[in-house]
Design a protein around this ligand. Structure first.
Ligand SMILES: *Cc1c(COP(=O)(O)O)cnc(C)c1O
Length: 473
């Protein structure tokens, strides 16, 4: 399978090359040249199948033929053996025809583990095959950093530098990043905001000589391999609820649009999906865009669901690309307008296509807390605030179409956001056994000023990479 950039000014890459490159050099995002599809017979076979079997069937069409099926299967088996639930991503019912897809049984208690555990293994293998080292630099508001650190700890080919905003991530999130005792892991507390960290990261990736010197590689949600790994649980959830014989709807708590884009891809691949519903907190750029057709950046508000506190939603570009009939020039025009004026209008034809599949809704802070309290009262299930945003929006949409099963994606374990959960219910969610001693473990991190030169010097002094990760351009 070949991968092309949404901006049309970068050469096509193989899966492995796109995996190592992350962002395309023209600023675009890689997408498969054609979307594979799965036969109805294959989908029928997913009923009752183990997660790893479904994952192999769903992800394999995206890979290069240089990865033997047996090796890929072993990789999947070991990636998902790190999950503490035998079903990997089990489905829990919380109301009539309303379900929570629990994506948080991985090592860091957030859905990012589902993709990152596989990504780490895929990257390590690709780098070993080329005798190369890579330097992973990531900016995180919490969950991505922890998931990346957990997935890459101790790997020989990779050094990981994670920038997080000093004092602005939860204690659990920070400790998950700072208590990992591995020489290749570096947690950096940046004296700035998440947006500062993100901007710094982008400047590193734009600097060609630095990129090559360090073999810079990214693992943020624009990496296509992550999206591919996330399509799997849409298939497993639908299979439990009678798919493909009856359609299912999904409500997804959304930040960078990676998770819900995976649902869109599952639909493109042949899964009968009735509606895909974008759920946002008060950082509602996507809900507004779907409502009005205008994509407009506003300031970020801090909420109880920090992993969705975003200004722009990077992966939305992949959906726009399809909705604009894969016209890279049209994408370049819209993105240039976004850079210049912080907004663009989605052309009417594209908007119509998007609305065929997608709806959207937002939950305020009060609605999020009320939802945590309600679900606790009605089912004795604790929801984390991100999941609660989705459940709130899911209930509203389920009322419009009560006969189609509604799945809200449960993206974090309630113990990861204990303050919000306790405030809403008076109950504390205990950390699972493997993290029970998290608050006793020693922390290791460096505080660095909000200054790109200082951070660059820190990374250059510690990264072991000498050659560029093979990225074909
Ligand atoms: C990252 C994250 C999200 C948002 O996912 P996107 O793919 O960025 O839309 C939602 N909930 C939690 C807990 C997350 O960590």
């Amino acid at each position: 399978m070949a991968y092309i950039s949404t901006r049309g000014e970068a050469p096509a890459l193989s899966f492995t090359e796109a995996l190592l490159a992350g962002l395309a050099p023209d600023g675009g995002l890689y997408v498969p040249e054609t979307m594979p599809s799965l036969s109805r017979k294959t989908l029928l076979g997913f009923a009752g199948a183990p997660y790893v079997d479904v994952a192999q069937a769903v992800i394999s069409p995206f890979l290069d033929d240089t990865l033997p099926a047996g090796d890929f299967r072993k990789m999947l088996a070991s990636a998902y053996a790190t999950f503490r639930h035998k079903a990997v991503t089990p489905l829990a019912q919380i109301d009539d025809n309303l379900f929570v897809l629990e994506l948080f049984h991985g090592p860091t208690l957030a859905f990012k583990d589902v993709a990152m555990q596989l990504l780490g293994r895929l990257m390590d293998r690709a780098l070993k095959a080329h005798g190369q080292r890579a330097t992973i630099v990531g900016a995180t508001s919490g969950d991505t950093g922890a998931a990346a650190i957990e997935a890459f700890r101790g790997l020989e080919q990779v050094d990981v530098f994670i920038l997080y905003p000093h004092g602005r991530v939860s204690d659990v999130q920070r400790r998950q990043m700072t208590t990992v005792d591995a020489d290749n892991i570096h947690a950096i507390a940046l004296e700035g905001t998440f947006d500062d960290a993100q901007a710094m990261l982008k400047s590193f990736f734009r600097d060609k000589s630095l990129r090559e010197k360090l073999g810079l590689s990214g693992v943020n949600s624009i990496n296509f391999a992550r999206v591919a790994a996330q399509t799997v649980y849409y298939f497993t959830a639908a299979a439990v609820l009678g798919g493909p014989l009856r359609p299912v709807s999904f409500t997804v708590p959304t930040g960078n649009f990676g998770d819900i884009l995976a649902g869109y891809m599952a639909r493109q691949m042949g899964l009968p999906v009735e509606r895909l519903i974008v759920a946002t907190n008060s950082n509602d750029i996507l809900a507004r865009a779907l409502d009005t057709g205008r994509y407009e950046v506003r300031g970020v508000h801090a909420t109880q669901s920090p992993s969705m506190d975003i200004q722009v939603s990077s992966n939305f570009e992949r959906l726009l690309f399809d909705a604009l009939d894969r016209d890279p020039q049209a994408i370049r025009g819209l993105m240039a307008r976004l850079d210049q004026s912080g907004a663009f209008d989605i052309p009417a034809g594209a908007m119509q296509k998007i609305r065929e599949n997608f709806s959207a809704g937002a939950a305020s802070e009060a609605e999020t807390s009320a939802e945590i309290a309600r679900t606790w009262r009605e089912t004795e299930t604790l929801l984390d605030p991100h999941t609660a945003v989705a459940v709130h929006v899911a209930r509203k949409n389920l009322a419009k179409n009560p006969h189609v099963p509604m799945v809200a994606l449960g993206t974090a374990h309630p113990a990861k956001f204990p303050d919000a959960v306790r405030a809403a219910t008076g109950v504390s969610a205990p950390l699972p056994a493997h993290l029970a001693d998290l608050f006793e473990r020693a922390e290791r991190f460096d505080v660095l000023p909000n200054d790109a030169k200082a951070v660059e010097a820190f990374i250059s002094a510690r990264a072991r990479a000498v050659t560029l990760a093979a990225n074909g351009g």
